[in-house]
Design a protein around this ligand. Structure first.
Ligand SMILES: Cc1cc2nc3c(=O)[nH]c(=O)nc-3n(C[C@H](O)[C@H](O)[C@H](O)COP(=O)(O)OP(=O)(O)OC[C@H]3O[C@@H](n4cnc5c(N)ncnc54)[C@H](O)[C@@H]3O)c2cc1C
Length: 464
């Protein structure tokens, strides 16, 4: 490999792309210094903004030849440091790959470039009475490539599965510049499914440039209910009843413990449906095309839950405005963060054990810091438990790592995951061994070495 000369490298990079596509020095916008976690903020050598697959391939070929690290940047909404730049490397922004190429209602598919913003995709599909199965709070900023690269889940996993389940084919550029072409076949039994390797790879294997995704019918009817429950067992009982009455029609089933809604009541002007706040509140969306039928099925399931003593109180929204108001209970989470010094967790455990796991974490935190404050909420259908621990009320000098070590230590008996949504990045890298065994990590390293022998793609993320 030739000795690295930054100025001649930057000159070659400029020649590779169209005018104005390479930013350096003070022209690099500060938001390219870190993802939304802010972890390890640093200015990269340059930001390259290619406008198509061929230009992405040319950039990677050049960087590979010079051993220059490349960090792909989507919407930067990740919270794990996965898009943290490298000072001696470049950031590859996908922002200009923003074309929705084809919506095919007959095949129920959509072909997009990786830089398309999720909300734009949802709006375009809605015009064809379709939707994309993954929806997330940062929908106005996150990109399709970014959400595929971290296998995002979001609110509708219970109905449609996570990002992985939405992919029919991917076009990816390998670190050496070779392009794995887009195969839009629903069925293809010809060896390894290479596209799947890139989903959840956090930009460490190559760059996703285009995708053929499933588009699912946009339901015409939606019912939202908010329930007061005494505990997780009631939520699990109701989930089972709803699954029987409305198979594939439960779009969301969120649970929030009283600590979370107590904080919301203190800090955010969101109307609370129940007074006093119950031990557990559930927020449910069911969807379909027959409003009366889904409304009846929901009422019947809730009626059974009330009779059997699992549900203490229930509100079914009678208008879209009331439904939106109920959803503010969950969506205020982003505002809660601004009132504390949050250490965030997006863990997962087997669905039936979510309540037991929460109790174990609560006890562990209380043993270490009796006066700690933690807030719990989750998606019950997929065993995903979110925890926010407020480091502002912990003894001075307590680090996020100290808090993570206490919480993650509770996972092994539950065979759970340190990240259900945000990925490993740099922040959870020290704890990867809790979720993955040595053979799994060795296999991941072998894939990385095979596809990226010079180690240029997003170095230092997931594992060293
Ligand atoms: C308020 C909030 C709520 C959230 N809620 C959820 C939720 O409910 N469920 C959930 O699963 N997640 C959730 N997330 C996390 C979310 O999944 C990610 O933030 C999002 O999917 C990342 O997309 P992005 O375009 O911002 O990617 P970025 O943050 O830019 O990048 C994420 C990773 O992907 C890599 N990358 C980006 N683009 C490409 C590409 N084209 N090719 C290869 N690698 C690439 C980056 O290098 C980085 O490693 C939430 C985040 C926030 C801030």
């Amino acid at each position: 490999m030739p000795t690295f000369d930054p100025s001649s490298f930057l000159e070659s990079l400029r020649r590779t792309l169209s005018a104005g596509a390479v930013l350096t020095g003070g022209d690099i916008p500060e938001h390219h210094h870190a993802d939304w976690s802010g972890a390890g903020a640093v200015a990269p050598l340059a930001v390259a903004r290619p406008n198509g697959t061929e230009e992405v391939a040319a950039v990677l070929r050049l960087c590979n030849a010079h051993g220059v690290p490349v960090v792909p940047h989507g919407g930067l909404t990740g919270l794990s440091g996965a898009a943290q730049p490298v000072a001696r490397g470049i950031v590859l922004s996908l922002a200009r790959l923003d074309r929705i190429e084809q919506i095919d209602p007959a095949a129920s598919t959509v072909t997009v470039q990786a830089g398309v913003i999720l909300q734009r995709l949802q709006e375009a599909l809605a015009g064809h009475h379709l939707q994309f199965g993954v929806d997330l709070a940062p929908r106005g900023t996150c990109q399709i490539g970014g959400l595929l690269a971290c296998n995002a889940g979001g609110l509708n996993v219970i109905q449609h599965g996570a990002a992985r389940a939405q992919v029919i084919g991917l076009e990816c550029v390998l670190p050496g510049g070779d392009v794995l072409p887009l195969r839009a076949l629903q069925k293809n039994c010809t060896g390894y499914d290479l596209a799947q390797w890139f989903i959840g790879s956090e930009g460490t294997l190559g760059v996703i440039t285009r995708a053929v995704l499933k588009a699912v019918p946009l339901p015409t009817a939606r019912k939202t209910a908010c329930l007061a429950l005494s505990g997780v067992d009631g939520a699990l009982d109701l989930l089972a009843r709803l699954r029987q009455r409305l198979p594939q029609q439960i779009a969301a089933f969120e649970i929030m413990w009283d600590d979370f809604l107590g904080a919301a009541k203190r800090w955010v002007p969101v109307p609370q449906p129940f007074d006093p706040i119950p031990p557990l509140t559930a927020l449910i969306d069911v969807t379909g095309n027959d409003e009366a039928a889904i409304g009846q099925a929901l009422e019947d399931a809730l009626g059974e839950g009330i009779e059997s003593g699992w549900i203490d109180d229930a509100v079914i929204a009678t208008s879209l405005a009331q439904a939106a108001q109920l959803w503010q209970l969950r969506d205020c989470m982003a505002e809660l963060w601004t009132h504390m010094k949050p250490v965030n967790f997006d863990l997962s455990v087997p669905v039936p054990r979510i309540g037991e796991f929460r109790a174990a974490v609560q006890a562990a935190l209380a043993r270490r810091w009796p006066d700690h404050r933690a807030y719990y909420f989750g998606h019950i259908g997929d065993g995903n438990l979110h925890i926010i621990v407020d480091a502002a009320v912990l003894p001075a000098g307590t680090t996020a790592y100290d808090v993570e070590a206490v919480v993650f230590a509770e996972l092994p008996p539950f065979a759970g995951s340190i990240s259900a949504e945000h990925g490993v990045g740099t922040l959870k890298k020290p704890f990867l061994g809790i979720s993955r065994g040595a053979a799994e990590i060795d296999a991941m390293r072998a894939v990385k070495r095979a596809l990226d022998p010079n180690g240029i793609m997003n170095p230092g993320k997931i594992f060293d």
